[in-house]
Design a protein around this ligand. Structure first.
Ligand code: PLP
Ligand code: COI
Length: 340
């Protein structure tokens, strides 16, 4: 039976659910892995994750569709991205097919935590991996743990009638440059200071510019960004130092193949933003969250959505993507994995 929770008012937080998946890497191999009811992680004080932040994570969602099926959105792409991240951080890859199986197994074990259709909530899956083995010289750990927990979540951004506000911080995200587009703990830790500062000043997020020239738009601390031109072209930054968002890729596909819109992935100078008519953040947590204002030092750029909370094209993109995820619109081959 679905849990008795006030789903419509659920925020983006952690709720302990019944089962999580745990696998260990030792002597050069991953064990079978199993579901566990224990949410606690016990590791040595000298574990690689604690000393040198050797850790990475992923995020995806499971939903209940209109015909009450439980589905997961494109877990294979998260599996591939985590494998890429692991290789970059000198961690053993948890095989992609086993990753997808483990995600589906974790959802199934927590099926009562998947929110009912139509509530706007979802079950968020958080796969992560960390160096559990001891290291004191600067080098990779030899032992690792891979885990997946599930937590029911609501909206990440709460936009007003005209979307959320962003600011361009006057310093870099401070992610160690050269790590590229990995989804790693250390990159996020380095963004906590600017994110806290943004929140203190009333902004939902920081919009980072490229750190080499501070000219081009990159992404925010927890989401990619898309823009709509006055001619209804969907534009998104081309960069190899932003996280390759599964949501963004899906939205660009939806724009082109479902809505017949022109799409462009290209360098976007900050100066061009004032010419766009819509802006939105996109990601698993963000889904598609309209942006109403961007402040950059003395300059303020505003997007006017006529108090409707979202621009016309953004709304079409949102409705189509959600329609696909909720089983209202036929999905492209392989996008939806049903939990049997
Ligand atoms: N960019 C950053 C920095 C993120 O943390 C996320 C969220 O995972 C995204 C973009 C969006 O990626 P995805 O759509 O795969 O969730
Ligand atoms: C996600 O969207 O899955 C993320 O990891 C973003 C995070 C800020 C919650």
């Amino acid at each position: 039976m679905v849990k008795d929770i006030d789903w419509a008012n659920l925020g983006f937080g952690y709720v302990k659910t019944d089962y999580r998946f745990v696998a260990n890497y030792k002597n050069g191999a991953w064990d079978e892995g199993q579901l566990s009811t224990d949410e606690k992680v016990v590791i040595n004080e000298c574990a690689g994750v604690l000393q040198y932040a050797q850790t990475c994570f992923e995020g995806m969602k499971a939903y209940r569709t209109v015909d009450n099926k439980v589905v997961c959105f494109r877990p294979d792409l998260n599996a591939k991205r985590m494998a890429d991240t692991a290789r970059r951080l000198v961690m053993p890859v948890f095989p992609e097919n086993r990753y997808v199986e483990a995600v589906l197994k974790t959802i199934k074990a927590n099926i009562d935590w998947v929110p009912p259709y139509g509530t706007g909530a979802a079950l968020y899956l958080r796969p992560y991996m960390f160096g559990s083995g001891i290291v004191i010289g600067v080098k990779p750990a030899q032992e690792f743990q891979f885990r997946i927990f599930a937590t029911p979540v609501g909206a990440y951004f709460k936009g007003g009638a005209n979307g959320v506000a962003l600011r361009v911080p006057d310093f870099d995200r401070a992610a160690p440059r050269g790590t590229g587009h990995v989804k790693a703990g250390l990159n996020y830790a380095m963004s906590l200071y600017p994110i806290q500062e943004a929140h203190e000043h009333g902004y939902a997020e920081n919009l980072y510019l490229d750190s080499a020239t501070r000219t081009y738009v990159e992404e925010t601390g927890g989401a990619n960004v898309i823009f709509i031109t006055k001619d209804n072209v969907v534009v998104t930054p081309k960069s190899n130092t932003i996280l390759p968002s599964v949501t963004r890729r899906s939205l660009m596909y939806v724009a082109e193949h479902y809505l017949g819109l022109k799409v462009e992935e290209r360098a976007i100078p900050f100066e061009e933003i004032s010419e766009f008519k819509e802006c939105a953040l996109c990601g698993t947590a963000a889904v598609l969250s309209p942006v109403g204002r961007i402040d950059n030092k003395e300059q303020t750029i505003e997007f006017d959505y006529n108090n409707k909370g979202i621009g016309e094209i953004s709304k079409k993109l949102y409705d189509t993507l959600l329609g696909i995820q909720m089983g209202l619109i036929e999905a492209p081959e392989g996008w939806i994995r049903e939990i049997e």
